[in-house]
Design a protein around this ligand. Structure first.
Ligand SMILES: [Zn+2]
Length: 217
């Protein structure tokens, strides 16, 4: 199963492609699962329209690729409280910027995350730096709060390269049993890096626990 759960469309201020273009690009690269995951702060009051649009795409492309509806939620500052109430209409959320110095407090985030009914994960987050900052083992935290961790291949986040070359960290992730996802963080399909996506998917398989969506979605 090849997944890419982090793609931005024109629903995001920085996305250049429609959902359909993102999905057709994923089909052209033989992906099995593609996730649309636009910025919450861009989608805003169009959230219902956004979810309906991605659901229509899911039906339109059924049998060719599985289309998941996600939302990327910035934790700097913390987003509006109404979000958990729509979470049952989403397949997943990606929370970003928890590792930023201006990010939401981890403990407050963990309490808030409990309100979300969909799958939830951390986008492009250096969990090892969070472990050091809070003096705890983030792998255990993610496991016990049922939060997945994204391997973000965009090249914008150094933790990815460190993870690729650090045997100790990879072993710790494998032993922890946390769930992993892969994200390209695509904003423009002309920059799509197919081989990096496939390599990262292979790594997640090797480490043992890629995210699985239930059948019928
Ligand atoms: Zn993103």
């Amino acid at each position: 199963m090849i997944m890419d759960l982090h793609n931005h469309t024109t629903y995001s201020y920085d996305g250049s492609n429609t959902p359909e273009e993102i999905i057709e690009n994923a089909i052209a690269h033989n992906l099995d699962i593609v996730g649309i995951c636009d910025h919450q702060f861009s989608v805003r009051e169009r959230l219902t329209e956004y979810i309906r649009h991605i659901r229509l795409c899911r039906d339109k492309y059924a049998g060719r690729i599985r289309v998941m509806c996600g939302l990327e939620i910035g934790m700097r500052p913390s987003p509006p409280d109404l979000l958990p109430s729509v979470s049952d209409e989403l397949d997943y959320c990606l929370f970003e910027c928890l590792d930023s110095p201006r990010g939401e407090d981890l403990y407050e985030f963990l309490e808030w995350r409990r309100l979300f009914k969909c799958k939830a994960g951390l986008a492009h987050t250096d969990i090892f730096s969070l472990s050091a900052r809070y003096r705890l083992n983030m792998l255990n935290v993610l496991k016990s709060y049922n939060i997945f961790w994204e391997i973000n291949i965009s090249g914008n986040y150094p933790y990815y390269y460190d993870f690729l070359t650090n045997e100790e960290k990879r072993r710790a992730v494998a032993e922890s049993g946390i769930t992993l996802t892969i994200g390209s963080d695509t904003h423009w399909i002309r920059e799509y890096n197919d081989s990096k996506i496939k390599k990262a998917n292979a790594l997640a398989e090797l480490l043992g626990n890629p995210l699985v969506f239930g059948e019928g979605i």
